[in-house]
Design a protein. Structure first.
Length: 71
């Protein structure tokens, strides 16, 4: 699943990759391991995504999926 077409919040390509991994894996430690980055970096990405979307991470994912379904 890709959110590249569902990006009204202008997430960067890397933020999209992290968001997709968070949706699939849930745990920052697992996301960090999969992406080969530090757990703190994942937490920073999550915070920035949530701030950019003005919503907690799970709510942001649901908004994106809902927006995609309505497109």
């Amino acid at each position: 699943m890709s959110f590249l077409h569902c990006n009204p919040w202008r997430l960067t390509p890397r933020q999209i990759v992290v968001m997709e991994a968070v949706i699939r894996l849930g745990i920052s430690k697992e996301v960090a391991r999969e992406l080969g980055i530090e757990t703190k970096a994942v937490e920073n990405f999550r915070a920035n995504i949530s701030k950019k979307m003005n919503a907690p991470m799970l709510v942001a994912a649901v908004r994106c999926a809902t927006w995609k379904a309505g497109a």
